[in-house]
Design a protein around this ligand. Structure first.
Ligand code: CDP
Ligand code: CDP
Length: 225
């Protein structure tokens, strides 16, 4: 029985990972958070003090790097659990920086494509529908307003009340990263021609997951036929 693949692309805090996780649980598929791979690259480069514009050094570093993403969502970098460490703000911006280098992308995309060969993957990132899995049966371009996304990031990361100035700072960071990701030369974040846009600004996680399940239904019926 051939399983389908589902590609979810979109900007930061659109809800890609949360929804991919729910869908994976529901369908018995594997969720692959490709952003975690760029974050591991950034984290290791920062730790080793590698010049972030030295593409050859970064590619060489990656060739000696093992990244394991477990079904439970744990991220293991060269044998160490870095799930928490790679979510730091500095790592987010650095991930976006190293992700603009085509050599880095080539190395990580090859790994992602190899993993998804068997089907049954829900992959989320920036270039899944356009580059990594252009043949994916279901492609979603998930988005939400910068304001909604900044609120979500803050609620995710802090328990205290959210001030206007915190919100403005995070919104600015989000817009900077969006700009960097959509304007780079190598595989910029953009909607695949055949992807369906899902604006989640006013949608709950469950409503979004249900909308994608509906898109996948015809393919899943074929899968079970
Ligand atoms: O993976 P991505 O950066 O696109 O977003 P995420 O990590 O899945 O979601 C960021 C935060 O927004 C999480 O805390 C989600 O629970 C929350 N979220 C939400 O409140 N409503 C949605 N419709 C989607 C995500
Ligand atoms: O969690 P969040 O949505 O904020 O970011 P992420 O998905 O963990 O990705 C971190 C950074 O890696 C992004 O800002 C992109 O620059 C890069 N990335 C990419 O270029 N291609 C992917 N398939 C996934 C992430």
């Amino acid at each position: 029985m051939k399983k389908i693949n589902i590609a979810i692309d979109g900007p930061s805090a659109a809800g890609k990972s949360s929804i991919a996780k729910i869908l994976a649980g529901k369908l018995g598929y594997v969720h692959l958070d490709t952003g975690a791979m760029y974050r591991c690259t950034a984290y290791k480069a920062l730790q080793q003090g590698i010049d972030l514009s030295d593409e050859a050094a970064l590619v060489n570093m990656l060739k000696e790097t093992e990244i394991e993403l477990t079904p439970a969502g744990t991220v293991i970098l060269d044998g160490t659990d870095v799930s928490h460490a790679i979510r730091a703000d500095e790592v987010s911006m650095t991930a976006s920086k190293v992700a603009s280098l085509s050599g880095v992308r080539k190395e990580l995309v090859a790994r992602q494509q190899k993993m998804a060969e068997a089907g049954g993957f829900i992959m989320d990132g920036r270039d899944i529908g356009t580059v990594v899995l252009p043949q994916a049966e279901v492609k979603v371009f998930m988005t939400a307003s910068p304001h909604a996304r900044a609120l979500r990031r803050l609620r995710q990361n802090q328990e205290e009340a959210i001030s206007e100035s915190d919100l403005a700072t995070v919104e600015k960071e989000i817009e900077e990263r969006d700009y960097q990701d959509t304007h780079r030369k190598s595989s910029p974040l953009k909607k695949a021609d055949d992807a369906i846009v899902l604006d989640t600004s006013d949608l709950s996680i469950q409503e979004t997951a249900d909308a994608i399940l509906k898109m996948a239904e015809p393919f899943l019926k074929e899968e079970h036929a």
